[in-house]
Write a protein that binds this ligand. Structure first.
Ligand SMILES: C[S@@+](CC[C@H](N)C(=O)[O-])C[C@H]1O[C@@H](n2cnc3c(N)ncnc32)[C@H](O)[C@@H]1O
Length: 289
């Protein structure tokens, strides 16, 4: 994986914060609170509202989450290549995108498969603070060999919740032309994501997609959320079956190795008490309309 846009954002946004011990210590505090939420609590309630929280998340989780998506998409590589139109076009939407980890993984997957469609990509997250991270990646997309149909990257990020999404105006860019691929990574577990409305939201979303479109769900697996995710994935599969939709792949587990930059290791150093994670486990489901 080439990490050009990741490294560039780190240089501009994150490393200046790590220039002294005080900055590092504060960053460590945030990473510790993330760990507590992700590893211990069954229900994840993390705030990404603060600038520092977003920096810490980007520094420590982005690379593994990018790989998580790259690896998971490789399970359905034949399906993805078939989504590209005969004119070489692919529309994809990333829900609860955060800093765009899964987008980075998606582009890395396409590069590895030597697929170079013209892209129409849209991003949805309830936190507008992620927008600059997405725009920075879009600006550097050409360096990775990709063209986008959008000349205005500002229009590609939509501050919106998943629950609101199916209710949007008819002219919402996320749905015009219908995305062939919709990706949701690491959001099902979030407390902010209302469970009651979850299937309802997916149903509304489905109604807006063309036959053949693929919905991808990819979640980091912790000991505390395995049962919950298995239950949610089963509900999703059953709801598809009930509609007469049978295609897609069975849920899969995968391991993704962490690979730390020296700067990240300065944050996760021995004295901080933060154990370096070596791998992330993930759980993946793809459903085709
Ligand atoms: C753990 S982060 C995942 C970010 C990215 N997808 C990844 O895999 O690294 C969860 C993201 O979901 C967003 N989020 C949480 N609840 C949401 C909701 N109901 N609708 C839209 N976004 C939501 C948060 O703001 C955050 O950016």
């Amino acid at each position: 994986m080439t990490w050009e846009s990741y490294n560039a954002i780190l240089q501009e946004e994150v490393f200046p914060y790590l220039k002294d011990e005080k900055g590092i210590k504060t960053m460590q505090k945030v990473v510790r609170s993330f760990r507590k939420c992700y590893d211990v609590d069954n229900d994840i309630d993390v705030s990404y509202q603060g600038d520092l929280e977003r920096k810490a998340y980007f520094l420590t989780y982005f690379p593994a989450h990018a790989r998580q998506m790259q690896i998971n998409l490789s399970f359905i590589n034949n399906h993805i290549s078939r989504l590209i139109t005969p004119r070489g076009f692919l529309k994809a939407s990333f829900f609860a995108c955060g800093p765009g980890s899964e987008f980075y993984g998606f582009i890395s997957f396409l590069q590895k498969e030597k697929l170079f469609p013209e892209l129409d990509v849209h991003f949805i997250d309830r936190e507008v603070g992620w927008k600059p991270y997405i725009i920075e990646q879009l600006k550097r997309l050409e360096n990775r060999g990709y063209k986008t149909i959008s000349r205005n990257y500002q229009d590609c990020f939509h501050q919106c919740t998943i629950e609101q999404c199916g209710l949007c105006k008819a002219d919402c860019k996320v749905f015009i032309g219908s995305p062939q691929l919709v990706v949701m990574q690491n959001v099902i577990n979030e407390k902010t994501f209302s469970r009651e409305k979850f299937i309802n939201s997916i149903d509304k979303l489905l109604a807006k997609l063309k036959t053949g479109s693929i919905l991808v769900f990819s979640e980091t697996l912790y000991h505390s959320n395995k049962e919950f995710l298995e239950e949610v994935f089963a509900i999703l599969q059953n709801s598809f079956k009930a509609k007469g939709l049978t295609a897609g792949c069975q849920p899969r587990y995968s391991y993704v190795d962490y690979d730390y930059l020296p700067e990240t290791l300065r944050v996760l150093n021995g004295e901080s008490g933060l154990i370096r994670k070596t791998r992330v486990n993930s759980y993946f489901l793809a459903l085709q309309k």
